[in-house]
Design a protein around this ligand. Structure first.
Ligand SMILES: Nc1ncnc2c1ncn2[C@@H]1O[C@H](COP(=O)(O)OP(=O)(O)OP(=O)(O)O)[C@@H](O)[C@H]1O
Ligand SMILES: O=C(O)C1=C[C@@H](O)[C@@H](O)[C@H](O)C1
Ligand SMILES: [Mg+2]
Length: 160
């Protein structure tokens, strides 16, 4: 989910274990020359999901060594992406309650077109979490975002 800390932890885990880090949103954005928020606003969510799927497949295909990838909040829920990610590596779901997600989303103040305007953000997030949970729960590992520390990943990375 947006605000769970995929980018935050992905970057830290990679640095801690000396692995490359790639953020799928940043990868899409640097290849398309505009932010993901701009892309969603300019095209449509459907077109963005096609792009997201294309870049996910391209990214996975271009990395043969160990790499930490932070996907986008919606990535696992479209275009068979969860299956693609699970076949390529170990998938970790950073589970968090609405309060945690909401406070992180508020904290960074990025534009998130799918969450609507300020007053409805909370409602949209609740709705998204309900719809998306069945996808997220297919991950290999489920971690409680609020309890994560760098050592949490020792066991997981030992298994890769
Ligand atoms: N454990 C944490 N400690 C401190 N700040 C955090 C933590 N987790 C997340 N944040 C902050 O919360 C905000 C949202 O986190 P982040 O960008 O990692 O979310 P995300 O899961 O990548 O969301 P998205 O799906 O939108 O990409 C950022 O400002 C990030 O620095
Ligand atoms: O939760 C979502 O659907 C999204 C999360 C972000 O990571 C971006 O991928 C985009 O803003 C969509
Ligand atoms: Mg992110």
């Amino acid at each position: 989910m947006p605000g769970a800390g995929k980018t935050y932890w992905g970057r830290r885990i990679a640095a801690h274990y000396g692995l490359p880090f790639i953020d799928l949103d940043e990868y899409i954005s640097s290849n398309e020359g505009k932010s993901v928020a701009q892309l969603i606003q300019e095209v449509s969510e459907e077109t963005f999901r096609d792009l997201e799927n294309k870049y996910l497949i391209r990214l996975i295909g271009s990395t043969d060594n160990r790499v930490v990838i932070a996907c986008g909040g919606g990535t696992p829920c479209f275009s068979g992406n969860m299956r693609t990610m699970k076949m390529a590596g170990i998938v970790v779901y950073l589970e968090a309650d609405l309060e945690y997600l909401y406070s992180n989303v508020q904290r960074d103040g990025d534009i998130r077109p799918l969450l609507g305007k300020t007053t409805s953000v909370r409602y949209q997030m609740e709705r998204l979490l309900q719809l998306r949970r069945p996808y997220y729960e297919q991950a290999h590992y489920i971690l409680q975002a609020k309890d994560i520390s760098l050592t949490t990943f020792d066991e997981i990375l030992g298994n890769v």
